[in-house]
Design a protein around this ligand. Structure first.
Ligand code: OGA
Ligand code: MN
Length: 213
């Protein structure tokens, strides 16, 4: 397990992510995470006892809304070596993005997500312009034997052409989806099998809360 923490994302993968972010703002890549790390994280996702029903809304208005989303999540606090390995991997990516694209990303927050059969997350944005400091979203999928019949694809939408799909992506082990949080609407189609993932956001420096003076 200790070895996993030292694995940096390989340079080619990083460059592919940078190119995608720079040229179109999103990308989905298979086998980006080292397979042994992805496999270990997939096992960990299944062993967690701390999933809670996910909420929607901002700050104090967060509430369960089963019309919008029905997944359960477990926030990463970073004590476990495998969580550390994921955070370390993500941090290498963050530094690479900062060096290449000057986005000034300063932090990362992340949770495991568990979609039971029949659950989904309807079309949404991960951040709202001026209201959040989430800049880049990452989703890493943790399902070793995903079948087409399991459904549960991520759908990314073109922000400029209402309803046009950019693609549908099955949540296969080791696949990583990356997109600009404020720009790309997306959804998780109803799954028919247990669907596990790690979702995370790179943040920019905090924006001031909107207030009425
Ligand atoms: C999210 C999300 C997409 C996915 O957690 O905000 O949109 O494919 N996840 O799990
Ligand atoms: Mn989302």
């Amino acid at each position: 397990m200790a070895d996993l923490q030292r694995l940096p994302p390989d340079a080619q993968s990083l460059d592919a992510i940078i190119d995608a972010l720079e040229s179109r703002g999103w990308g989905v890549f298979s086998n980006i995470l080292p397979l042994d790390l992805a496999t270990a994280l997939a096992q960990r996702a299944r062993s967690l006892g701390s999933y809670e029903q996910a909420r929607v809304g901002r700050r104090r208005n967060r509430q369960v809304n089963t019309f919008v989303r029905r997944d359960s999540i477990a926030w990463i606090k970073g004590e476990h070596p495998l969580d550390q390995a994921w955070l370390t991997w993500a941090d290498s990516l963050r530094l690479h993005i900062n060096r290449s694209l000057m986005l000034g990303l300063v932090g990362f927050e992340s949770h495991y997500a568990y979609y039971r059969p029949g659950t989904f997350y309807r079309r949404h944005l991960d951040a709202f312009r001026g209201d959040s400091n989430r800049v880049v979203s990452l989703v890493c999928y943790l399902n070793p034997s995903w079948q087409a019949a399991d459904a549960g694809e991520l759908v990314l939408y073109d922000p400029d052409a209402d309803g046009r799909e950019l693609g549908r992506f099955p949540p296969t082990l080791g696949t990583l989806a990356v997109y600009l949080s404020e720009v790309f609407p997306h959804e998780v189609l109803p799954t028919t099998a247990d669907r596990f993932s790690l979702t995370g956001w790179f943040r920019s420096r905090s924006v001031l809360p909107v207030r009425n003076f």
